[in-house]
Design a binder for this molecule. Sequence first.
Ligand code: PDD
Length: 281
Amino acid sequence: MQELAYFNGRFCDPAEATISINDRGFQYADSVYEVVVAFGAQPFCLAEHLARLQRSLELIDLDITPHNINFEAIVREGIERAGFDRTMIYIQVTRGVQPRAHVYADDLVPTVIATFRPKPVIDPAMRANGVSVVTVDDTRRAHCEAKATSLLPNILAIKKAKREGFHDAVFVSPSGQVREATSSNIFAVCGPALLTPARSSSILHGITRKYILQCAKRIEVPLDQSPLTVSKLESADEVFLSSSVLDILPVTRVNDKTIADGKPGPLTTRLHKCFLEGLPV
Ligand code: PDD
């Protein structure tokens, strides 16, 4: 008996099931999954697992109804084809294949994968003697300073922003401190000073951000080290985003507030000029 895979409509050897490098599951962790075990031909609590899968799909805004995917039929057929006494089934649904872009298209065809393997046998000594555990800080979904590919919160935030008529979304901490946009850092100009959230584990330490701070020093713009709150951002004289792709991009509206006169401000323009002057060509 061999391990079995299901890949977009057909059963195959797992070695034959390869996904595109442009699959959003690979690029952004833009996917959800479920694990079910089966005893003989009987999947255990299948309805509950499929209900949770449906809930996970809804939570990531992935509507698979147009694609008529019958997970129950896939699971039952896979168990029968694989023929194990006890089967461990992983089901994964990604948003599909799209050239890399944070904002997902609405008409993608989801990638549907399942694997059928023997359910691992838990060492009887572990059951007899018990096992040990260690407590750790819950840092799941933390460490934004790592340029990790688990960007699901980012892509959901920018999609929601687009739907609501904004260019991008800016993440704010539970205490109201501005962190960064979905794929860029953020700056505000308040009076004469430049503000940007301090380096912490809550933001990516942007290379462009660092370079802009050097430009600011060179042209003698004072820095304000105080936290950037939402109200400060909304009432700032100028706001801009920074990233390798954008370099400096002015922001003229934050929520329902127009920034100053709704046009890119003078310091943003000066900093951008200084930025461009430092480019290799
Ligand atoms: N994004 N913050 C986040 C969450 C980012 O993804 C990025 C970069 C930045 C700016 O970093 P840098 O200045 O080093 O590019 C800040 C890239 C452009 C992207 O994901 O496409």
